[in-house]
Ligand binder design. Structure first.
Ligand SMILES: [Zn+2]
Length: 225
């Protein structure tokens, strides 16, 4: 019924291994924490549960249907599979990245939102909400994440971590890095006093200019460069 040898699924497995290794190197998770997935049509390729990223290979990546049915799972799929599937059901994302990045977790324990400390937050859709706490792997966490993601490419999970999404795994991963960087800048600003926060009008102006400049698109196509 499903083509497990499809080229896009093969590429997704390789990408998931590569970005999992970066998760540790970039300080977004430790050990086997965090998880990543890529949607390929009706299927989702997702990192397995409890395997050290240093030992992870493409053959270990689990493949599940959008309804949660395990299609190919040499190892148990990530414990956060319900959250990943809920995000694919609620958005048109092509990839989801879940991290345990420290700046974001620290913020989640004392704040309800990461405010617009820097204009780059427009890439995430605006100020990033902190979702109410719910146990890891629970349906409650999945629905809390969906609520916090409304109109955003990122959400912070209270006392837990963060989840970001994007059209591609590379974009979802960049969003995770950006979110962690913004939380770090906000913490440092708080050391000086009460930070100035960008207004909704200022953020709208940034988004309009980014659209005019065609940010995120290349002037020359890849084939001609
Ligand atoms: Zn987690």
């Amino acid at each position: 019924m499903y083509d497990l040898d499809a080229a896009d699924l093969h590429a997704a497995r390789e990408q998931l291994v590569a970005f999992s290794a970066r998760l540790l190197a970039d300080g977004l998770a430790v050990g086997s924490a965090g998880n990543l997935s890529v949607r390929c049509g009706d299927l989702v390729a997702i990192t397995p549960s409890g395997i050290s990223y240093h030992e992870l290979s493409a053959a270990d990546i689990a493949v599940i249907a959008l309804d949660g049915t395990e299609v190919s799972s040499p190892e148990a799929p990530s414990s956060e599979t319900p959250m990943h599937l809920a995000i694919y059901a609620a958005t048109n994302s092509g990839a989801v990245v879940h991290t345990h990045s420290p700046e974001v977790i620290a913020l989640s324990t004392v704040r309800d939102e990461l405010p617009a400390i820097h204009y780059a937050i427009t890439s995430l859709g605006g100020p990033v909400r902190v979702a109410p706490y719910a146990r890891f792997g629970s349906d409650g966490l999945a629905s809390a994440a969906i609520g916090a993601l409304d109109g955003r490419q990122a959400a912070i999970l209270r006392n837990h971590g963060a989840v970001t999404c994007g059209r591609t795994l590379a974009r979802a991963y960049e969003n995770a890095l950006l979110l962690e960087w913004l939380a770090g800048v906000y913490r440092r600003a708080l050391c000086y006093g009460e930070p100035r926060i960008l207004s909704a009008a200022e953020l709208a102006e940034v988004s309009a200019q980014a659209r005019r400049l065609g940010y995120g698109t290349r002037r020359r196509s890849r084939s001609s460069s």
